[in-house]
Design a protein around this ligand. Structure first.
Ligand SMILES: [Zn+2]
Length: 426
């Protein structure tokens, strides 16, 4: 070891002990879950508090607590209430934000359940919830002081639901912990659920960079029983009593499968330490949904399940945008304002392209990059993405975030996923 390397190594030791010291200074090894409601319409957003809970496991990161990857339509910050020092931060997105871009939000106000989780504090903290204005600016929506000794913090026992470990490779602070939740599986279908959860894990691990970091991925199967088998509004247009009441036709889009029962989803996820939630739906009808740091939800039995499960996890785990676009009208047409740079790592409006993959462009690539045989395997700036044919650009001709035919994530998406894996596990 050279002298300079030795010094670096020493610095690394000192800084990692500072990091772990920081965790232990401020937090215990349990989670604080905050349930609230996003309320409003196309123009307005308000936050209303529901409940604060102490949950048995914290599966998230133990280091780099006071910075994040600048992803999500929202973020929350936790400040030590005496020093006002920021001791935790995380970004997230919501179904509410998507609904705000639909026609219904122009004439109606609604409320949507939202939950966030951070390590349970040792002393009083101030929670601040903020909404993104652009790539670097935020506006405060809500502020709340949480005292860990507050009697009204719910300290209920976890639900009594069977859990099976599908993969366990590292301790939760060094691993991506994925909570896979059964939806639409009756008690009799428990074995089928474990089989489907295992298949989901295998699908995910065939995609880079998940394959490369296999030894840092833990997967738990939470066998929540449903009264009825199947999913609401699939092929038979019936409503069913299921564990988290998910359904197709979200925002009247036939294949958009989500649940608005976020609190139920979180109650089930609380049975394990988790970084990410995957709701696995017992149906063969094609569909799914995925929202950053919220959940991914897909049909386990569709013949495109391999592709869709990975695509939706790209959204929920790494904050990737859809790289597809339609000529026809889509419910989510109004999601992006092309006068601003979107925060998602795999699309650009070219407003702040230097913050995206500009440095990785091969020399002499044309912007916008034409769809030709020679550009198919190059990083470029292809027009069309984020549901829009014009004004938004994607980094590669095809990608797991664009079509089910693409074999894998494009290089820019792979880097974004890798960055998240490293952020959560190092
Ligand atoms: Zn991509």
């Amino acid at each position: 070891m050279k002298k300079s390397e030795g010094l670096l190594f020493l610095l690394f030791l000192v800084s990692s002990s500072l990091f772990s010291q920081q965790y232990n200074d401020f937090f215990i090894n349990k989670a604080c879950r905050v349930d609230f409601h996003f309320c409003g319409n196309a123009q307005q957003t308000a936050v209303f508090m529901d409940n604060v809970k102490l949950e048995p496991f914290w599966g998230g990161r133990h280091t780099q607590l006071d910075h994040d990857l600048n992803l999500g339509d929202y973020r929350f910050r936790v400040l030590d209430s005496i020093s006002n020092r920021q001791i935790y931060i995380n970004g997230f997105s919501s179904l509410y934000r998507e609904w705000q871009s639909t026609a219904e939000a122009l004439t109606t106000s609604k409320s949507f359940e939202q939950s966030i989780q951070f390590p349970f504090p040792k002393k009083a903290v101030t929670l601040i919830i903020e909404k993104r204005l652009d790539l670097d600016h935020w506006t405060e929506l809500y502020r709340y002081v949480i005292s860990p000794t507050d009697k009204l913090i719910q300290r209920t026992q976890p639900l009594s639901v069977p859990v099976k470990v599908i993969a366990h490779t590292a301790s939760p602070d060094k691993a991506i912990d994925i909570a896979v939740i059964a939806e639409g599986y009756t008690l009799k279908e428990q074995k089928k659920f474990y089989h489907d959860a295992r298949r989901l894990a295998e699908n995910l691990l065939t995609h880079e960079p998940f394959t490369k970091y296999k030894s840092r991925i833990n997967i738990y199967a939470i066998a929540a029983p449903s009264d009825e088998s199947g999913i609401s509004l699939s092929t038979d247009s019936l409503w069913k009593n299921t564990a988290v009441m998910s359904h197709f036709y979200t925002f009247y889009e036939p294949r958009y499968l989500t649940t608005t029962n976020t609190f139920k989803v979180r109650d089930l996820a609380a049975l394990v330490p988790y970084d990410a939630i995957y709701v696995l739906a017992n149906t063969s009808t094609y569909g799914g949904g995925g929202i950053f740091n919220f959940y991914a939800l897909t049909a386990a039995g569709s013949n495109l399940a391999t592709q869709v499960t990975v695509h939706e996890f790209g959204h929920s785990f790494a904050g990737l945008a859809d790289e597809y676009f339609y000529d026809k009208q889509d419910a989510l047409d109004g999601m992006y304002d092309i006068k601003k740079e979107p925060w998602e790592p795999n699309i650009t409006s070219l407003v702040q392209f230097d913050r995206k993959w500009k440095a990785q462009l091969p020399e002499s690539i044309v912007i916008p990059t034409p769809d030709t045989n020679s550009t198919k395997t190059k990083i470029g700036v292809f027009e069309g993405g984020g549901y829009l044919t014009k004004g938004l650009y994607r980094p590669y001709f095809d990608c797991r975030m664009r079509t089910n035919k693409a074999p894998e994530f494009c290089p820019v998406c792979q880097q974004a996923v890798e960055r998240m894996i490293l952020f959560l596990t190092e």
